[in-house]
Design a protein around this ligand. Sequence first.
Ligand code: GUN
Length: 296
Amino acid sequence: MTAKIISGTEISAQIREELKEKVKELKGKGVTPGLVMVRVGEDPASVSYVKGKSKASEEIGIYSETIVFPEDAKEEEVLAKVEELNKDLKFHGILVQLPLPKHIDTSKVLNTIVPEKDVDCFHPVNVGKLLIGEPTFMPCTPQGVQQLLVRSGYDPGGKHVVICGRSNLNGKPLAAILVQKKSGANATVTICHTGTKDLPSITRQADILVAAMGAPKAITADMVKEGVVVIDVGVNRIPDATKKSGFRLVGDTDFDAMMEKAEAITPVPGGVGPMTVTMLMANTVRAAEMQSGLAK
Ligand code: GUN
């Protein structure tokens, strides 16, 4: 068996086309969705991520601005800027790129964003709403995982989804999304983590395995059953002398071996990654609809 590739690049492109149409419609009603990104410092990954989000905004027709603070910016300055952006009607979504420098209290900054503009879905109010199944934004990467499954014909309903990794960014919110009694969800969900005993005995029960622990190729083919659907959230740099950059990206699963055993799998790169940015765009459009009273 050779696994089918679930292409995040292709599914992302399809969703972006849908979003372009929605933005056109909103603009026709006098509303231009606006996203503001706040970056503190020059962490190369953050610079690149924010650039990608800005480019995607432009492609879809979302107005975006990026505000950059120096690495040594004071916490009060960042908080004051967030307060100002909360009131700025141009922006329906506010994103503070993480990680923040150590001297800044991340929770304090994220909790200052008004929940209505929290397009990352990091505010405790939105996380709480997500858990109890109230309509809210869904965090971008877990929402991207759900879309990848649903749009490639692997509805999680009634399936056993095993999530490896319990982060607040991925594992925990994904479990909250997939366990809801809703279409595109309604799964039996197990979360595994570093305290899990006999991990392979649990991963082998997975109909859908989500690897989100941040450990290169940690889930090997002997740890899954034949016909599993694998969603690999991992993005790990490993040394590769044949590349100009000196490294290449791999996921948290052993992709080549999984190709022989899985029914379907997401590649790294080109799987979950492009979906994260696309879901941020979807949340921004949704925020604009809700704040302008145009939500259906
Ligand atoms: N840093 C890494 N991933 C993310 C994300 O999804 N949102 C924000 N704001 N920062 C990140």
